[in-house]
Design a protein around this ligand. Structure first.
Ligand SMILES: [Zn+2]
Length: 269
């Protein structure tokens, strides 16, 4: 794996700006990417993934969001994992903005903030964000397409470096279908940039998604081989085949191995 890339915090497209949260770890890479989205000149802004409940980060997000007399129109979550969502209620309190998420448990009023269902279009801050359901990393993961910038917010479905894990609430069959769907989407909609929830931006979406697909196929082959070689537990399989990743993420790799075992037991090819 390469060293942390510079240029994540403050990265911009015409309509999106990244604010990096100070929660780096082997799982969150450089930290969580919080995104501000607005049409230039708009009087409001959308926040995607407020990040962890870190007061300094949330204050920085709020200040950047309301600069130039803007207000926060909406807070959107790519999924409910705490490194993306734990700061949402606090940011909602600071800004008065509703929180929209695929999982009803993460939505926050006033009134009914609505969900983020597949095919929904969120229109706010002069921008259109199209919701794509992308289960796999977690059951509630969505990606958000920003057609005006040819960019796709990928949450943890695609990361800026390395590959993602299938979490305890994820599913490998779903994830493989999601990767194929995103590849089709990237091709059909001319997506030129992936804006991930962690790590640097990805300027070759098709190359990245092809790598993810081949990496998954390779891991499945390795799990099959480990089973054939007599590995019995997920931990044994991880120790045999995750020799190329930092042992600090082996516990998370066990989730992925469990997901692969479920997948293989389900008889999917
Ligand atoms: Zn994350």
């Amino acid at each position: 794996m390469s060293a942390p890339a510079a240029g994540i915090d403050g990265f911009r497209t015409p309509r999106a700006t990244c604010l990096l949260a100070p929660n780096p770890s082997p799982m969150t890479l450089d930290g969580t990417n919080t995104w501000l989205v607005a049409e230039p000149g708009s009087s409001s802004v959308v926040v995607v993934d407020p990040g962890p409940a870190d007061e300094e980060h949330l204050d920085r997000v709020r200040a950047a969001a309301v600069a130039g007399d803007r207000r926060v129109a909406k807070i959107l979550l790519t999924h409910g994992h705490p490194d993306h969502s734990a700061g949402a209620a606090r940011l909602a309190g600071l800004t008065g903005a509703p929180v929209q998420a695929a999982d009803p448990a993460h939505r926050l009023g006033p009134g009914d903030p609505g969900g983020l269902g597949d095919g929904d279009v969120v229109t706010a801050a002069g921008c259109e964000l199209r919701v794509v359901a992308t289960p796999g990393h977690s059951g509630d993961s969505v990606c958000l397409l920003l057609p005006a910038d040819g960019a796709l917010f990928t949450g943890d479905t695609v990361l800026g470096r390395g590959t993602t894990v299938i979490a305890g609430d994820g599913n490998l069959g779903d994830y493989l279908r999601t990767l194929c769907l995103l590849r089709d989407l990237a091709e059909a909609r001319g997506v030129g940039l992936l804006l991930p929830g962690h790590g640097p931006m990805l300027a070759d979406p098709l190359g990245t998604l092809d790598y993810y697909l081949s990496h998954r196929a390779e891991r499945l082959d390795q799990v099959r081989s480990a089973l054939a070689a007599g590995a019995k537990t997920p931990a044994e399989i991880v120790a045999m085949i995750y020799t190329d990743v930092d042992p600090s993420v082996w516990p998370a790799a066990e989730w992925s191995v469990r997901a692969q075992l479920d997948y293989l037991a389900g008889g999917e090819p």
